[in-house]
Design a protein around this ligand. Structure first.
Ligand code: G3H
Length: 499
């Protein structure tokens, strides 16, 4: 177990002897008492308002209204600090990957992928920064005015990532924010806190003091308090739409707060009558169930043309039966435990609700005999209709709602009337029919996937959402733009400047 007793504030690892929170892994074991219990893997500090104030004030001082060491450094100097951090981070790979696996129950293979993808993302971001508007200064001459355009930082950023990609999606905002010269306070996700412990000293040594500060606290208490201080310039949150909405309202001058948000989604697959059944089943299965469906990009509703719904369900259930259910360290495992009993309770409630309203679970769901109270064996629910929880709610778990449709307009309508607008997948082979859908859909969501599942990567592609799903675009290059502003120094052209 890791009992973390420090936080990084103002360039120091401050020790903590106050209240702590016990961290339970999603993974269960049978205790000596015979009870099946979630494994205790450590604890971390539960800080209050005065500690979060200290972290925030350190970031404010380090920024110093744009006069601090970090915001005034050259791009090359900031890149050198980041490269130092990457070197140190790479050396802690094994520990971090292991902690991702234990803290959120992600398979060992996917935990390693998350780590490696993050390192690649950081390297790509550095490369993109070197090219961004010629890095930091570009000269323009227009109508006898000469100007130097600069990419300048926004100020103090509060970064919060989600539990499903605790490292990768925290760094998706933290890294570009730092590289653009902002200073940061970051709060690790509730599940996925300890995995940052091996990196704290790398943060401390790679960056000047106060540039990055951590807080460990119940978000509902200290985060609104921090925003209410008016000292945060940017809220960078990958999490829930409801939380984002609430937090944005806490800033005393909401027009001053920039928000970069990755939020809820309810991505649908539209399966047309002529879809390649084998490919569609494979992609929908992966799309719906990778990391137990706990991805914002997961397929959370399968709209299948009524003419093929029967063969589709048959093949889907057959393939589903081949998935391996088990513990995250097992080779080839697909379905692993959920973070806590509140999540399995939600899945059960959504199924009960659908059943009470006329749907059935079309697959066997005994979990292949694996017992762990946080494991939830995937359930295919059919037919899911308007008014059921599963029709509109983001289940964020291993439930696969399937709804039949008769005409394209109905499928299109499902997406158009949704409060979410991240991505959609279309499966079919008739280019004209696909074309009819693509044009209206691409104005409703931010990525239309043809004959493949929804996903964020590659990270050089724009990642965004409309309506309740996002604010801002997060790709390697887009994120650098999000965390900076194009400013300029301008002067009248003179004979001297011409010369
Ligand atoms: O949870 C939301 C993530 O952005 C999903 O990313 O599509 O690469 O798994 P992914």
């Amino acid at each position: 177990p890791i009992h973390q007793r420090v936080s990084l504030v103002d360039g120091e690892l401050k020790s903590w002897d106050g209240q702590c929170k016990t961290v339970l892994s999603p993974v269960c074991v049978r205790a000596a008492s015979g009870e099946v219990e979630q494994v205790e893997i450590g604890s971390y500090p539960v800080m209050g308002e005065s500690e979060s104030d200290a972290a925030l004030d350190a970031a404010v001082r380090a920024y110093d209204h744009g006069r601090g060491e970090w915001p005034t450094m050259t791009v090359a100097q900031r890149i050198a600090c980041m490269q130092d951090f990457i070197r140190q981070m790479a050396a802690r790979r094994k520990e971090v990957v292991n902690l991702i696996m234990w803290e959120i129950g992600k398979s060992a293979a996917d935990s390693a992928k998350e780590f490696d993808r993050t390192i690649t993302y950081m390297v790509q971001t550095i490369d993109a920064l070197k090219d961004l508007d010629n890095s930091n200064s570009r000269f323009v001459i227009n109508e006898h005015t000469i100007g130097q355009i600069r990419r300048t930082p926004l100020g103090v950023v509060l970064c919060m990532g989600p539990y499903n990609y605790p490292l990768n999606e925290t760094f998706a905002t933290l890294i570009p924010a730092l590289l653009m010269g902002n200073t940061v306070v970051f709060k690790p996700p509730q599940y996925g806190t300890l995995l940052f412990e091996p990196l704290l000293d790398a943060f401390r040594t790679a960056f000047p003091k106060g540039v990055i500060n951590t807080i460990y606290a119940p978000g509902a208490v200290v985060v609104p308090h921090m925003l209410a201080s008016g000292k945060i310039d940017v809220l960078a949150l990958i999490g829930s739409s409801k939380v984002a909405d609430h937090l944005k309202k806490q800033h005393p001058k909401s027009h001053r707060l920039r928000a970069i948000l990755g939020l809820d989604a309810k991505n649908a697959a539209i399966v047309l009558p002529d879809a390649d059944l084998e490919l569609t089943v494979k992609e929908c299965l992966l799309g719906a169930l990778s990391f137990n469906g706990q991805r914002c990009t997961a397929l959370k509703m399968l709209l299948v043309h009524r003419s093929i719904v029967e063969p589709f369900l048959k093949r889907f259930v057959e393939e589903l039966g081949k998935l391996k259910v088990g513990m995250p360290w097992e080779a080839g495992v697909n379905i692993t435990p959920l973070p806590g009993m509140h999540r399995t309770a939600y899945m059960t409630a959504a199924i009960d609700d659908a059943k009470a309203k006329g749907a059935t679970v079309v697959n066997e769901s005994d979990g292949g005999g694996v017992f762990c109270k946080t494991l939830f064996y995937p359930a295919v629910v059919y037919p899911v209709t308007e008014g059921m929880m599963l029709y509109r709610e983001e289940q964020f778990g291993p439930l696969i709602p399937v709804a039949p449709f008769d005409d394209l307009e109905t499928a299109l309508d499902y997406v158009i009337t949704s409060d979410h607008g991240q991505q959609v997948s279309i499966f079919g082979q008739n280019p004209e029919q696909i074309g009819e859908l693509v044009d209206p859909l691409v104005n409703q969501v931010c990525r239309v996937n043809l004959n493949c599942q929804c996903q964020r990567g590659p990270d050089t592609f724009p990642f965004a959402g409309r309506k309740d799903s996002a604010e801002g675009t997060l790709s390697v290059t887009d994120a650098l733009r999000c965390f900076s502003i194009r400013s300029m120094v301008a002067a009248k052209e003179t004979d001297a400047s011409k010369a």
